[in-house]
Design a protein around this ligand. Structure first.
Ligand code: NAD
Length: 354
């Protein structure tokens, strides 16, 4: 066996159906008495309901979380934290809400309880990407990692099918890149393969019946595993391109991951044969074709596969290529201009990778 380094992140995870009922006990366990509940505007009612569950231990609701964690929203939230003397945070929502909790925790070290409602996986990582002036900057700190994560399958039942599919692909992207990152290790590779298999099984069933609890449970389990992968090892080309494009053009996060992932895998195919075999095993397809198989799966579930349809301008192809080359990062297949241009052009047009 090859030598490896394995990093584990501390954290408490509660998984199941109806597990949100454990929230008051978790708040008490952490010794919190003035907890601020965070959400997006769309999930404010859920946040209010959750605040009622913890009664007098609630310090109110701040429902202004936005995608890509803009620092101006964090500053507004920081004033509310100070005004109410909050001693803890609860995030109910997807990666955007978790991102806001993490941004506050980075500045205050307040403990966080996260109840995820998408498959983004952010709750399992000590990583925060913040956007300021059109640029998304990522950093890592133990302060950012949530203390408690309550996965309640019931919270995901309302996630519309299109978002369930793209959020699921966001999770698959974490697991896929964990298989070929420089820090890949045997334990994370096991989790990554299981994660992709659970999501590939869950997503088509969710598309057929969004209320299918077994399918929802499988997808959420896959998302948890993918989050562990993302939080334990570095990522590569695919995540860097998604961050670059997200920050430059404010593209929707999960949809961008979905459209780009097959092309990033195709780019890395020859340089990462063991990872491609693992992805193929998880998807139960021919070894050489994981990129095309993921493209077909996403399309069959109704995902938009062209970045131009997600709002990326044509000039973005050249701009993002130059940015990725100016700020190079490790990737199994070395980065070169013609290859990145071809990758982004294919993703821009939504072509099937060959
Ligand atoms: P999101 O949190 O922005 O959610 C998208 C929309 O769906 C929001 O309006 C939200 O309120 C709504 N929604 C969420 N769950 C719902 C549900 N169950 N029912 C109905 N509506 C629901 O989307 P996301 O893709 O989960 O998160 C994207 C953000 O997360 C990005 O900013 C991304 O950078 C970040 N992220 C960070 C990490 C990390 O480790 N730091 C990992 C993954 C994603």
């Amino acid at each position: 066996m090859e030598a490896f380094v394995y990093n584990a992140n501390p954290g408490r995870v509660i998984f199941g159906e109806g597990t949100l009922s454990r929230l008051p006990a978790e708040v008490e366990r952490l010794g919190l008495s003035r907890v601020l509940v965070l959400a997006t505007p769309a999930q404010e009612a859920d946040a209010q309901q959750l605040a009622r569950r913890i009664g007098t231990r609630s310090a109110g609701v701040f429902a202004q979380a936005r995608m890509h964690t803009p620092t101006e929203v964090t500053e507004r939230a920081m004033s509310v934290v100070a005004e109410h003397g909050a001693d803890g945070l609860i995030a109910v929502g997807g990666g955007s809400t978790t991102g806001l909790a993490k941004a506050i925790a980075l500045r205050t070290d307040l403990p966080q309880i996260v109840a995820p409602t998408t498959y983004a996986g952010s709750e399992m990582t000590p990583i925060l990407g913040e956007t300021h002036g059109g640029r998304k900057v990522t950093q890592s700190s133990p302060k950012i990692l949530p203390e408690v994560v309550i996965y309640d399958v019931d919270l995901t039942l309302t996630l519309p099918v299109p978002q369930s599919v793209t959020s699921g692909f966001n999770a698959i992207a974490h697991a896929a890149e964990a298989l070929y990152t420089r820090e890949a290790n045997p334990l994370i590779s096991l989790l990554a393969e299981r994660s992709i298999a659970a999501l590939a099984r869950g997503l088509p069933a969710i598309a057929m019946n969004p209320a299918d609890r077994a399918a929802r449970s499988s997808a959420l389990y896959g998302a948890w595993l993918a989050g562990i992968c993302l939080g334990s090892v570095g990522m590569a080309l695919h995540h860097k391109l998604c961050h670059t494009l997200g920050g430059m053009f404010d593209l929707p996060h999960a949809q961008t991951h979905t459209a780009l992932l097959p092309h990033a895998l195709a780019y890395n195919r020859a340089a990462a044969p063991a990872a491609m075999e693992a992805i193929s095993r998880a998807l139960q397809v021919q070894v050489q074709e994981p990129a095309a198989a993921l493209y077909d799966l996403a399309r069959s579930l109704g995902a938009t596969m062209a970045l131009r349809e997600l709002g990326m301008p044509h000039s973005g192809i050249a701009e993002a290529t130059e940015r990725s080359l100016a700020n190079p990062y490790w990737n199994p297949q070395p980065l070169e201009r013609a290859g990145i241009l071809a990758l982004l052009t294919a993703a821009y047009e939504g072509e099937r990778p060959v």
